[in-house]
Design a protein. Structure first.
Length: 288
């Protein structure tokens, strides 16, 4: 059953829109400035290149379901938004058909993921496997902390157990046979687990794939979590990012692996309520 709608007059929803923009401009404005200067950022660019939502779209506020906007006529240009008396609201049933199809897949994936215990023993080796025995590391302008030989030796000394297809597909060819699984897209629902950093970052992807149904606040919550996870992802990587202000999580040591697992568990805890909110949104879309 739909909740009673929240009615926002124009000053109230414009204030929310301004607050949302200010919240995400912490990352979008520096990203634009780096692009203007032609300055790559091996940690943060990922959030705007691998993830395809443009900064301008991230900055746009959307109310999501069960909100009536007074004076919200400009939202009528956004798919799914309709006039309701003197107000404008999102009509979930009027969303483009692709959104319902996406919602069905996303719901299956997130429910399956939430039903599994987090696996905390991968130690971020997916990033190491992406440069294993490679003459051209993905971030070639950044040195490897242990050098090429030390990087290769670590990959060979520890079990590699990546469950995420979209991380595994970037493994070098020599690294692929070392992984305990051979994740495929068709097996994503069967393999995804909540300890995986990339599965947690992908909550941001699923949030924007459900747009324009996704409330801007939920989108921003998922984005902020993805930023934090990405930082750990690269701190535990083979790259030396000290010049950018990132201290390493030295997974080549027992202490570093324990630090990584603790952070992984905390991210899984933070992700759980966001995953639940996205499932609820999927249910709303599917039921319409």
């Amino acid at each position: 059953m739909s909740a009673a709608p929240l009615v926002l007059d124009e000053p109230a929803w414009r204030a929310r829109a301004a607050a949302h923009r200010a919240r995400v401009e912490r990352w979008t404005l520096p990203h634009r400035e780096r692009r203007r200067r032609g300055e790559p950022h091996p940690v943060l660019d990922f959030l705007f290149t691998y993830y395809s939502l443009r900064p301008a779209r991230l900055e746009q506020w959307q109310p999501g379901p069960d909100v009536l906007l007074r004076g919200g006529d400009e939202l009528l240009d956004v798919p799914g938004h309709v006039r309701d008396g003197e107000s404008v609201r999102l009509d979930v049933g009027a969303l483009p058909g692709r959104v319902a199809g996406t919602a069905a897949f996303v719901r299956d994936l997130l429910v399956a993921t939430a039903g599994r215990p987090p696996r905390l023993s991968c130690f971020g080796l997916h990033e190491w496997a992406m440069v294993y025995r490679s003459d051209a590391p993905r971030h070639g302008q950044v040195p490897l902390r242990l050098g090429a030989a030390g990087t290769d030796a670590l990959v060979e000394s520890l079990p590699v157990h990546c469950t995420h297809h979209d991380a595994f597909r970037f493994f070098t060819e020599p690294a692929r046979p070392l992984n305990a699984l051979q994740p495929e897209r068709a097996h994503q629902v069967a393999n995804e687990q909540p300890g995986c950093l990339h599965a947690t970052m992908d909550l941001y992807k699923w949030a924007y794939k459900l747009s324009p149904a996704t409330p801007a606040e939920l989108l921003a919550d998922c984005f902020e979590l993805a930023v934090d996870v990405r930082e750990l992802d690269m701190q535990a990587s083979p790259y030396d990012l000290a010049d950018l202000g990132y201290s390493p999580v030295a997974v080549e040591t027992a202490a570093g692996r324990a630090e990584y697992a603790r952070a992984q568990a905390e991210f899984a805890r933070r992700a759980a309520p966001l995953r639940s909110r996205l499932v609820e949104l999927c249910d709303r879309i599917i039921s319409a």
